[in-house]
Design a protein around this ligand. Sequence first.
Ligand code: ATP
Ligand code: MG
Length: 356
Amino acid sequence: MASIRLDNLVKRFSGGVEAVGGVSLDIADGEFVVLVGPSGCGKTTTLNMIAGLERPTAGDIWIGNDRVTDWEPGDRHLGMVFQSLALFPHLTVFHNIAFPLMIKHVSRDGIAARVSAVAATLRVTHLLSKRPATLSGGEAQRVALARTIIVKPSAFLMDEPLSSLDAKLRVEMRTELKRLHAQLGATFVYVTHDQAEAMTMADRIVVMDQGRIHQVGPPLTIYNDPTNRFVAGFFGVPAMNFIEGELREAAGGLVFQAPVLRLGLARTTGAGAGPAVLGVRPEHLRLADGGEGSSVTVSLIEPLGDETLVFLDYGGPASLVAKVAAEDAVAVGDRCQVVLRTDKLVFFDANGARIA
Ligand SMILES: Nc1ncnc2c1ncn2[C@@H]1O[C@H](COP(=O)(O)OP(=O)(O)OP(=O)(O)O)[C@@H](O)[C@H]1O
Ligand SMILES: [Mg+2]
């Protein structure tokens, strides 16, 4: 088991691409950390540097008390799980799982005992005599995990290991991985571009964009208290609504003024007057009966079964989206008023930084 420390890691590829631009992160022993961000933000490059598959341009990597920046991958005792499984097609599941021990010349009995234990953990005991081609996607993924676990790595590095699975299986495997993490008590560093995977599995989420870390924190902190507009917009489906407007000084506080909206705000710290963006999540918008002067129109409805998404035209550049109870009677063309949960609102300045 091991903690991992990244100290100002930089990776520039030939041709001048700066894939990682100074990443520092402390991962505790036994922690489940998820690196998440859009395609090309540097997640894989960061993970590959931890694994030793890429050499950093600058910065250091520590595993436990060892500075491993220049160590060979094999000396770092990390288990890697990739999107592409690379199981050996001509070997049975048993021999696929046993393979890392066979090349280390572990005894026959030793191998049998370890494979049996690991197969039980990953619930693949009934598959041991099958060949990879006859496995479902989820089964193959579990076999690949078993093969990684069997060498007892001090930490696991996983790069989008579930992305080739269908949606239902992905959700099941999320639960399996969480269970496995609890059972092994090992450090997990998991890379995904799927915010739902990050939210559901992580002890802490690391949000990256363009080679940099934007925010590090527990899932609900990231969701409820985003440090900037990028983080706010990346998490949540559908995404947070952003309403462009302006903060103005008013007696006793500030007023947020936007096309359909005028909100009085108690003055808190430092926030001053100027252009601002209001962020509000779909579940924090409520629809009230229309009347004279109501200025939003229902343009589209998407029933999800348990809830309904209601798209609203308000004269702004994009629609507002509200998530309402499925039994609420709403129809396209309805005129209504929007009520916001004021305790859940966030504001950003023109550069996207959070306004306190
Ligand atoms: N070997 C390489 N040579 C040059 N540029 C590279 C190389 N590998 C990655 N890059 C670039 O570095 C940036 C980060 O790539 P990386 O693979 O780390 O992104 P990622 O966050 O894993 O994205 P994805 O979600 O698509 O897997 C990208 O702009 C990519 O094009
Ligand atoms: Mg990647």
